[in-house]
Design a protein around this ligand. Structure first.
Ligand code: GAR
Length: 208
């Protein structure tokens, strides 16, 4: 396949980086054969994902919002790095920050996110704890396009998981993670193959 047909992807992460690493290992194993991960962006100092990215051989950019006078200025600096790397799409992988208008306008319908619940249930932080506290018997994961609201844009893919009465926040986090990785890779494969079409709030998957 000519290199030009690969989707140049930036991964944004803030912490542990298991979704980021799952994406990189799917690229290596050929499961994400249309993706070229060209940059990892991290908004936190000393986040474990930075070291993992270096080990995995992907350029990692640590960029701290506190060093900028506004969110817009922070995002514009990120944009200059994305343009330098000719990034075409962005995967948020545990990026714990609301994406602002500068990035959304530069990448319309080209930013996706993974969230550990069946949205619209339990957006925001600690989705697994919210699910346990609410007492739901089924939860899951959602991959969606990103808009200006938190955990909100059109849904690309969802997968569900039964919650047992014995589950705790910790056990649910652990049991959901493999499902997150699997679902994110499937959704990113669809995106990179140009299979996703947004129609209002719906995402239509056209056959491969
Ligand atoms: C994941 O569970 C991801 O779904 C969640 O943060 C965690 C990051 O883990 N994201 C959100 O809650 C977004 N609202 P990771 O760093 O190991 O991928």
């Amino acid at each position: 396949m000519p290199e030009s047909s690969l989707l140049r992807l930036a991964i944004f992460a803030s912490g542990r980086g298991s979704n980021a690493m799952a994406i990189l290992s799917a690229v290596r194993s050929g499961k994400l054969s249309r993706i070229d991960p060209v940059l990892l962006v991290c908004d936190r100092e000393n986040a474990p994902v930075l070291e993992k990215a270096r080990e995995a051989g992907i350029p990692a950019l640590q960029i701290l919002p506190k060093e900028f006078s506004s969110k817009d200025e922070y995002e514009r600096r990120i944009l200059s790095h994305l343009r330098e790397k000719k990034v075409e799409a962005i995967a948020l992988a545990g990026y714990m920050r609301l994406v602002g208008p500068s990035l959304i306008e530069a990448y319309p319908d080209r930013i996706v996110n993974i969230h550990p619940s069946l949205l619209p249930a339990f957006p925001g932080l600690h989705a697994q704890k919210q699910a346990i506290d609410y007492g739901v018997r089924v939860t899951g994961v959602t991959v969606h396009f990103v808009d200006l609201q938190m955990d909100h844009g059109p849904v690309i893919l969802q997968k569900c998981l039964s919650v047992s009465p014995e589950d705790t926040e910790e056990s649910l986090v652990e049991r959901l993670l493999p499902l997150e990785h699997e679902t994110y890779i499937e959704a990113l494969d669809g995106l990179s193959r140009g299979l996703l079409k947004i129609s209002g709030r719906r995402v239509v998957w056209r056959p491969d």
